[in-house]
Design a protein around this ligand. Structure first.
Ligand code: ZN
Ligand code: ZN
Length: 183
């Protein structure tokens, strides 16, 4: 099923500025409609007090009901730190089956690494993680090209190096997963 719209949801915060900036980038990259549909509660059972983190999959599962048509994808954004099974943390996760993804902004702030806050760098990281997880939603695997947004990011250094654009080969795969390819 092709995708022709991205629905954005935030978990327990509102940030019109961030949403506007991110929407503009997603529209530029994917050339489809992007719409923000408000803030939702974080599922209580996602919290792991021992780790002081939230289980990414539980947040992801709470997003899938917000797709309104089979052509919708949904992208959630949380400020909380996320983890997944066997991983200390994740910047985000995605499901191509559920056409849903989630990203965390927690580790995208310079302040997380005891560096001076930099709004420009922070926004670029949000774009990079959002486009990467949307790539997975569209069925793309990781890419061996370290400059491609689909390169696997193990640290914030990888994220900063690669940026938020698809390499030519990934771009072709993205086009095929979007509805306007068939028009
Ligand atoms: Zn990935
Ligand atoms: Zn690539």
């Amino acid at each position: 099923m092709c995708i022709n719209r991205i629905i954005l949801k935030t978990f327990e915060f509102k940030s019109p500025y961030l949403i506007q900036k991110l929407s503009d980038v997603l529209k530029e990259i994917f050339k489809i409609e992007v719409i923000y549909k408000g803030s939702i509660p974080i599922p209580k059972n996602a919290y792991n007090a021992f780790r002081n983190q939230y289980l990414a999959n539980t947040l992801l599962e709470s997003l899938i009901y917000f797709r309104e048509t089979p052509n919708d994808a949904v992208l959630g954004i949380t400020k909380e730190d996320l983890y997944a099974q066997n991983l200390n943390f994740v910047f985000g996760i995605a499901s191509a089956y559920y056409k849903s993804a989630i990203i965390s902004t927690k580790r995208l702030h310079n302040s997380f690494y005891n560096l001076p806050q930099n709004e420009e760098i922070y926004l670029k990281r949000v774009y990079t993680e959002a486009v990467h997880e949307m790539g997975h939603v569209l069925g793309l695997p990781h890419c061996p090209n370290p400059n491609c947004v689909m390169f696997f990011s193990n640290s914030i250094l990888d994220t900063d190096k690669k940026g938020y654009y698809f390499c030519p080969s990934c771009k072709e795969k993205v086009k095929k997963a979007l509805c306007h390819h068939f028009k």
